[in-house]
Design a protein. Structure first.
Ligand code: PLP
Length: 391
């Protein structure tokens, strides 16, 4: 059993394991279930009563099973939250984390630094459904002027996608709470281990478990975790839509998350080495990474985060065509979406189109990197040889 006094590093290893019995394996076995069988009618009635009272029960496949429950408990613990619901992708987690707090006629504020598909969700669903969506500045500095009597939700991402703008979440919560506005945060970068938005005033936290929790780039996963007060609507919305994940995916995520406390410091140390190297390169205009001392909002990161991950961006002093050739010349950094796995990745960004409040149009091309678990010397050698394309 895990003790509350144990560190999260220990809990990641020790918790959510099969109950002590005669013989046990170390991870909960995979349950593959739609049907759950009951011994008799009394047992069926008892289970239904438990569910009606809001208790988590292994009663039907869509309600979850012992494998998915073990993962829910692990993520709730990581987030410092009350309870967690799981979904088949990070994007689905965001959609089902926001919808419970919005209805037609409401006003909702979305950060300009949001993961791009969230903007699409707002355009394709929230707006036609009758929710008035408005974009606010990534650092939250313009938010007070945007509040309306019908503002019901503020959606933040800390740090922001692609350029990692920091936001003082506690200061934002001090403005949303008295107005009864729900504060929801995309916490994929910090994933609970590095950052706990619920402990800085947020009501709802969403993680793309696809990234650091799974850690191996082979499973899609989303998780919504809330405070006790915000739990009811989230739980109900997930039930209403039948949102669930398979025992197989939960098993793989649980296996991946065991090593999170070992992986993340390696991603951070490698990224620091790369940034130190990049700071001496004339081809690089800006290093975008919250743990870098010159990064805007670095002090907020230092105050609120336990560490940094391997997702960072570099702004280049070169044409996009030359930067394309640079990316094509990389070998260790492979071109691909997603991040948070063990391998290094590189991807294009479209920051000027995304930031509708802040003007990024005068900036150089921005490339997003994920520093994996390879030897940092090899990664730097790879970047160094590709730099020849910029000459
Ligand atoms: C990847 C990502 C998501 C979406 O996760 P998927 O599982 O790919 O849907 C959401 N937010 C952030 C910040 C991400 O990086």
């Amino acid at each position: 059993m895990t003790e509350p006094t144990q560190s999260i590093r220990t809990r990641l290893v020790q918790r959510s394991r099969p109950e002590r019995g005669q013989r046990r394996v170390v991870n909960p076995p995979v349950y593959r279930a739609s049907t759950v069988l009951y011994e008799n009618i009394a047992a069926l009635r008892a289970t239904r009563a438990e569910r009606a009272a809001g208790k988590r029960t292994f009663s039907y496949g869509t309600h979850g099973n012992p494998t998915t429950f073990a993962l829910e408990d692990m993520i709730a613990d990581l987030e410092g939250g009350y309870r967690t619901r799981l979904s088949g992708s990070g994007l689905a987690a965001i959609a089902f984390g926001l919808m419970p707090f919005l209805k037609p006629g409401d006003h909702c504020l979305i950060t300009e630094a949001a993961y791009e598909p969230v903007r699409k969700f707002a355009q394709a669903f929230l707006t036609p459904w009758g929710v008035n969506c408005e974009i606010y500045k990534a650092d939250g500095s313009d938010i007070e002027a945007r509040f309306k009597p019908n503002t019901k939700l503020v959606y933040a991402e800390v740090p922001g996608s692609q350029t990692y703008e920091m936001l003082d979440l506690a200061a934002l919560a001090a403005k949303t709470k008295p107005r009864g506005i729900t504060l929801a945060v995309d916490n994929t970068w910090g994933s609970g281990y590095l950052y706990q938005p619920l402990n800085h005033g947020a009501d709802v936290s969403m993680i793309a478990g696809t990234k650091h929790i799974v850690g191996h780039s082979d499973v899609l996963l989303g998780a919504v975790t809330t405070t006790k007060e915000a739990w009811g609507p989230v739980h109900e919305m997930h039930d209403a839509f039948g949102i669930c994940i398979s025992g197989d995916d939960a098993y793989l995520a649980l296996r991946g998350v065991r090593t999170m406390a070992v992986r993340l410091p390696v991603h951070q140390a490698t990224t620091l080495k790369i940034c130190e190297w990049a700071s001496n390169r004339p081809e690089i205009a800006t290093i975008l990474w919250p743990a870098w001392p010159n990064h805007p909002g670095h002090d907020i990161w230092k105050r609120d985060f336990k560490g940094a991950c391997g997702l960072f961006s570099l702004e280049f002093k070169a044409s996009q065509a030359k930067v394309d050739a640079f990316i094509d010349a990389l070998h260790c950094f492979q071109i691909g979406a997603s991040w948070g796995g063990y391998e290094s990745l590189v991807n294009l960004t479209n920051v000027p189109a995304q930031r509708v409040v802040t003007d990024w149009s005068k900036r150089g091309p921005i490339v997003r990197f994920h520093a994996g678990l390879e030897d940092p010397a090899d990664l730097i050698r790879d970047l160094e040889q590709a730099m020849r394309q910029l000459a």
